[in-house]
Write a protein that binds this ligand. Sequence first.
Ligand code: SAM
Ligand code: CA
Length: 256
Amino acid sequence: MAAVASEVQAQAQAQSDAEQKSRHQEIGHKSLLQSDALYQYILETSVYPREPESMRELRELTAKHPWNLMTTSADEGLFLNMLLKLINAKKTMEIGVYTGYSLLATALALPDDGKILAMDINRENYELGLPVIEKAGVAHKIDFREGPALPVLDDLLAGGASRGSFDFVFVDADKDNYLNYHRRLVELVRVGGVIAYDNTLWNGSVAAPPDSPMRKYIRYYRDFVLEVNKALAADQRIEICQLPVGDGITLCRRVS
Ligand code: SAM
Ligand code: CA
């Protein structure tokens, strides 16, 4: 009897472990840590208590949106905010705004005369978060351009004056264009400036066997992310540091 009970217990445990594992993989874009509990610990101990009120409001508003999977996580938001202050960034760019969580983290970090050139093909989602950004008193730092980012970068390069002028760029849009962005951004960021590419661990899929089960969009963009990671590692014009924050972020510091 006791043996049957312990077998049932073991089966229940195995099932719970499997559920925990798949749930963890499911939220892999938010946490590549060894357990959900550890990630929750970080959020509850160090992140939520120090997240600015406006960022909390925007995070909660975004959580109700159907595409909320795209938003930057709170721990990554605070990371960006700190990084921008550490490098004294003043002139920055963001490619991929959505409702503006990373944009707000950036805007709060810049000095009052700081500027962010922010681009997204979708204005509607930006406008959803805009009232929160306005209430936080930082909207004047943002120059939002609706439309694909690539032509804007080409215009900046053609103009000449913007070359080598940006302190920081956050790239969080179409992964199949990351290399096209990179070719242009290395010339737009100043020597010593930083380009941050988001989602470079792509839900952990970059290290998964190619035949393992993956959501369709994860599989589709996986090869592009793999190619970007190789290209950044080989690019001698930059120093790189890939961090397992959020879904993976690769910081590239221009050195020549
Ligand atoms: N950084 C955002 C945040 O913190 O919530 C998340 C950005 S979301 C992952 C990606 C965004 O890139 C989407 O809002 C999408 O409309 C935008 N996007 C996709 N293709 C683009 C393109 N070619 N140019 C500019 N934005 C693009
Ligand atoms: Ca992202």
